[in-house]
Each structure stands twice: as structure tokens, then as C-alpha cells.
Design a protein around this ligand. Structure first.
Ligand code: F6P
Length: 357
């Protein structure tokens, strides 16, 4: 008997179900003595032994379905070693559930925080294999995460729709795109949607350069300007502050999000009317795009192969369009940032996009 535990953790994204389907179909095509334990709402299900017994039939018909059939929750890594309100040691509880159910392995689908916990469980002796899930595409060790392309499609669609209304008005439009620490979705949606200004957390902006770009467009007879700004975009001045001082400043300013802060600054500097659009969690919602369906199916099938080979302690990642097994020790705790010197930045600048610097 092969006993597989499975959980989805952290913020959801498109193609989580498709990836799990890939794993289960891949294993069940080779073995018929398989038991699947679906832990509910991420690590919480493993901690509190809350699971559903699933069969391969539960994974049929979910290729195109958004969300996750297991539910998910955020269980911050830094809280894992801190006992819960009843004094329960979460790490010991997870190990206990795993051993009590006699699991052969645990399949974990998640992003950055999830991988830190997965690595810890692997170090604690559990057989763990992970799949790279996040719209942010910021996981180290893989060129691509599933969810990313679907989110780019949605953010691009938002910019496209703003474009048509923008042509009717003389205004500055700000579209706030998800990504607190990294700007991959903003960069790709910004380029794909033909945004005029793209602001990323990795490239702190200068408000005077932004104002100048807007004014130059106006002087050239362009009626509108579209700014794609990542949730975590930051000004040059703020980037110089310590984490503590920045937190204090943000608390004092009380902007609902970065787009509102930017709108106020732009309005003051350019005297132009500004409008804000925040697509928010729609970027993680709905059906996965075809690219993500293919990617997650391939990743899932490659995870099935690794399980059948008995190889654990790794994430299935993508390198040069091949599915590869990357040790969790290489993945955990590292982010894949946009390199400000990357060719795509230069190419975007050449086509007239300003990064506010
Ligand atoms: O990590 C994925 C992500 O969608 C980020 O892009 C975003 O900043 C964050 O999650 C939002 O988190 P939550 O769903 O907890 O509001």
C-alpha cells in the first residue's frame, strides 16, 4: 500500500487542483494500491489531523476548476515552533499525524512560506515532495510557478479594459497588481498591457521621474497615462528607511494601499485627474489559463514519478522546459526577484516604458 498525504498551503492560485490531479493520475496509472489523505486547509489539517480520504475519482473533472478542493490557510513559518493556544507543539503534532497514518510521503503545494515549513518537516525526517504554487512566480529553483501566467492574463485584461476607457478621458490611471515583495506579475502584465509606467518593488521609484514622464506624454499630445504598480512598489526615499521606520511611516499615513499613496503624489505633482483600479484577488481567481493547466499537469506527473522512485526532500521545478527535482534546502527561504538589469527591463525601456527611475 502507498499512503500519500496531500495539502495546499498559503494563498491559493489557479491550477492547484490541476496539479493535484496530475500527481494522483500519475501515481494511479502505475499503482492501484494507493490511499490518499487530503489534509484540510493547509498545514492546519496536518497539525490537527483533519483530513478526508480521497480516491482518484475525486481528482477527475478538476483540471479547469480554480481554488483548491482541499482548502488552504496561511500558517506562518515563524509561528510553527510556537505552541498553539492550548500549548500544542505544532511540529510534533504534524509528525504525529504523519506517523499515526503511516504515510509514505507528504505532497505539499505552496509558495515561499510553505516551502520553509516543508523543508523543516523534511529535516524532521518526513518524506516530503513539493510543487511550486504562486501567482508571484518568486520561488527560487524554478523558472516558472503555476498560477503566474493565469494572474498575468487577468492583470493584463484589467489594463486592456482601462486602456479603452482611458482613450475617452484625459486622466492618469493606476492599476495596482499583486506582488508585495516581487514584481513579476506587474512587469509582465505591464508590458503585455502596454502600460506607460511600471513600478516594481525591486526598482524603487522617484516621483519626480514619474511626474516628468506623465507631463512629457501630455506635452506630446497623449491624452492618458497608465501606471501599473506592484503592491510592494516603494519610493527611493522609503527604500532608505529601516523596516521599523517604514512600518511606522505607513501606519501614520494610513493609505489603503500603494495605489492611493501614488495617486496622491501624482495628483500633487502633475495636477492631473487620477483614477485607481485594484483587481486584487480576482488575479488569483477563476479557471487556470491553458499554459498553467499544462505546466501543473507536467509538474504533478513529475512529482508522481519522484514518489514512485522514492525520491523525496525536493521540489519539482522547471528548468529549460524540463521538470527537475530541486533539493528543498536550495529552495527554502530564498526569493526569486526581478533583476533590475535583466534584458526584459532594458527592452521595455526601449519601447518607452518608464520604471520611474
Ligand atoms: O502570495 C500570493 C499573493 O497573492 C500576493 O501576490 C499577495 O500580495 C498576497 O498573496 C495576498 O495575500 P492574502 O490572500 O493573504 O490577502
Amino acid at each position: 500500500m502507498l499512503r500519500i498525504g496531500m495539502l495546499t498551503s498559503g494563498g491559493d492560485c489557479q491550477a492547484l487542483n490541476a496539479a493535484m490531479r496530475g500527481v494522483v493520475k500519475g501515481i494511479c496509472s502505475k499503482r492501484d494500491d494507493v490511499e490518499i489523505y487530503g489534509f484540510q486547509e493547509g498545514y492546519k489539517g496536518l497539525i490537527y489531523s483533519n483530513f478526508k480520504m480521497l480516491t482518484s475519482r475525486d481528482f477527475s473533472g478538476i483540471l479547469t476548476v480554480g481554488g483548491t478542493i482541499l482548502g488552504t490557510s496561511r500558517q506562518p513559518f515563524k509561528m510553527m515552533r510556537i505552541p498553539d493556544e492550548h500549548g500544542l507543539d505544532k511540529v510534533e503534532a504534524m509528525k504525529h499525524t504523519y506517523h499515526k497514518l503511516n504515510l509514505d510521503c507528504l505532497v505539499v503545494l505552496g509558495g515561499n512560506g510553505t516551502h520553509k515549513s516543508a523543508h523543516m518537516l523534511s529535516e524532521e525526517g518526513l518524506n516530503v515532495i513539493t510543487l511550486p504554487k504562486t501567482i508571484d512566480n518568486d520561488l527560487w529553483g524554478t523558472e516558472m510557478t503555476f498560477g503566474f501566467q493565469s494572474a498575468v492574463d487577468i492583470a493584463t485584461d484589467t489594463i486592456d479594459r482601462i486602456h479603452t476607457t482611458a482613450t475617452s478621458h484625459s486622466r492618469v490611471f493606476i492599476v495596482e497588481v499583486m506582488g508585495h515583495k516581487v514584481g513579476w506579475v506587474t512587469l509582465h502584465a505591464g508590458v503585455a498591457g502596454g502600460a506607460d509606467i511600471v513600478l516594481l518593488p525591486e526598482i524603487p521609484y522617484d516621483i519626480d521621474v514619474i511626474a516628468d514622464a506623465i507631463n512629457r506624454r501630455k506635452a506630446a499630445g497623449k491624452k492618458f497615462t497608465i501606471i501599473a504598480v506592484a503592491e510592494g512598489a516603494i519610493s527611493k526615499q522609503d527604500a532608505k528607511l529601516s523596516k521599523k521606520d517604514l512600518k511606522k511611516k505607513k501606519e501614520k499615513e494610513k493609505y489603503p494601499s500603494v495605489a492611493y499613496e501614488l495617486a496622491e503624489k501624482v495628483q500633487k505633482k502633475t495636477d492631473q485627474e487620477v483614477r485607481i483600479t485594484v483587481p486584487g484577488h480576482t488575479q488569483r481567481g477563476g479557471s487556470p489559463c491553458p499554459y498553467d493547466r499544462v505546466l501543473s499537469t507536467r509538474l504533478g506527473a513529475a512529482a508522481a514519478e519522484a514518489i514512485l522512485d522514492g525520491e523525496f526532500g525536493c521540489m519539482i521545478g522547471v528548468k529549460k522546459n524540463e521538470m527537475v527535482r530541486v533539493p528543498l534546502s536550495e529552495v527554502a527561504g530564498k526569493l526569486k526577484y526581478v533583476d533590475p538589469k535583466a534584458p526584459i527591463i532594458k527592452e521595455a525601456e526601449l519601447t518607452g516604458i518608464s520604471f520611474g527611475v
